[in-house]
Design a protein around this ligand. Structure first.
Ligand SMILES: Cc1ncc(COP(=O)(O)O)c(C=O)c1O
Length: 369
């Protein structure tokens, strides 16, 4: 028998997640000397220097298995958020938690609800568990419609996934709509607040979901070391949830899900306030520059609270391909049902300049036909 006939039909039909194009691939394909990668919302400053030093010092212990319970890291994260260590689940990136939650709570006949143009993994994780993925349309301007998300929940809904800020639009939902939604979510629904870009947000009425863990609702807050701390390659993120939820997650994870360098590096990164400050400055300056330049080029964009910005270039795939030839990698958004757009991660000053120079040439060549 063919293996695909032995799995759930939703699994056989899956299209795998398409990551940002790696720099090495572009170098191989086009022989481009020094490409600029603005495709995966990474930290352009590099990893936290404190994390790097701690990891280097720990490399001689790589013959040992890591602490399967990530004890020291959980203590540090719990202290940071002033919650009990039993409320912290450490993971191989926050994506691991998304998959484990779907594995735990979703099965054929059940569904998850999330926003259209939301993070791609929500639909994938749901389908992998055999559930129905319900993408709820956004309001004009690529804004969340939490009221409609509330309307879409039914007795078979087990998870709502909310990434705030949203990847790839960069938009956020505000305190009032979040509180309105919370008031009506039935108690059989797990509310996932995916806050991968939490630290970048500047809006005053942004709701920090950690303030809503009241022991009554099934809220899972996700945070990551991949973005603000610059450790995407290490794979380390975490969930804050009730002790009971964390116990369930522990029951289904693999025994050593967070590597030794990841645990050591993340602990050191937590204390690297200077790197965090520098990252926020680079991001704010780069965002202001890109907003100014996109406006000058007559390109519409969605105001963003994250470390990337989504721009309407008319034909995202064509502009992505043309930018590649200039050695600049952005993210086309066909997989997000946004064929007109590209997502641009904020880079260093020089990288942002290279992007704008290339984009100006590409757009003017396209205008001439
Ligand atoms: C909304 C959102 N959630 C989660 C993640 C995954 O982060 P991690 O590297 O922690 O798995 C990303 C990564 O791009 C993201 O955009």
């Amino acid at each position: 028998m063919k293996p695909e006939e032995l799995v759930l039909p939703t699994v056989a039909a899956l299209t795998p997640y398409e990551p940002g194009k790696p720099i090495e691939e572009l170098q191989r394909e086009l022989g481009i000397g020094e490409p600029v990668k603005l495709a995966s919302n990474e930290n352009p400053l590099g990893p936290s220097p404190r994390a790097l030093a701690a990891i280097k010092a720990a490399l001689n212990d790589l013959n040992r298995y890591p602490d399967g319970g990530s004890w020291a890291l959980r203590q540090a994260v719990a202290a940071r958020h002033q919650v009990a260590p039993e409320q912290i689940f450490m993971a191989s990136g926050s994506v691991e938690v998304l998959n484990l939650l779907a594995f735990l709570f979703v099965r054929p006949g059940l569904n998850t609800v999330f926003s259209e143009h939301g993070f791609a993994i929500y639909a994938l994780a749901t389908a992998a568990a055999g559930g129905e993925a319900r993408a709820v349309p956004m309001r004009p301007g690529y804004q969340f419609d939490l009221d409609r998300i509330g309307d879409t929940i039914d007795r078979n809904t087990r998870i709502i996934f909310l990434d705030n800020p949203n990847n790839p639009t960069g938009s956020i939902f505000r305190r009032a709509e979040w509180e309105r939604l919370l008031a009506r979510v039935p108690d059989h629904v797990v509310i996932v607040a995916d806050e991968a870009y939490f630290e970048f947000v500047r809006a005053a009425d942004y709701p920090d979901s950690l303030n809503y863990h009241d022991g009554r609702r099934l809220i899972v807050t996700l945070r990551t070391f991949s973005k603000i701390y610059g450790l995407a390659g290490l794979r380390v993120g975490y969930a804050v949830a009730s002790g009971a939820m964390v116990r369930l997650l522990n029951q289904v994870r693999q025994p050593f899900n967070v590597t030794l360098p990841a645990q050591i590096g993340a602990i050191a990164a937590l204390d690297d306030a200077e790197h965090v400050r520098n990252t926020l400055k680079v991001n704010a300056d780069g965002m202001a520059y890109l907003e100014r330049e996109l406006t000058r080029l007559g390109i519409d964009y969605v105001p963003s609270q994250a470390n990337f910005i989504m721009a309407d270039v008319g034909d995202g795939r064509a502009v992505f391909d043309a930018l590649l030839r200039h050695g600049v990698i952005v993210r086309p958004l066909g997989a997000y049902a946004l064929p007109r757009h590209v997502r641009i991660s904020i880079g260093l000053e020089e990288e942002n300049r290279r992007l704008i120079t290339a984009l100006e040439q590409v757009m003017s060549a396209r205008a001439k036909g």
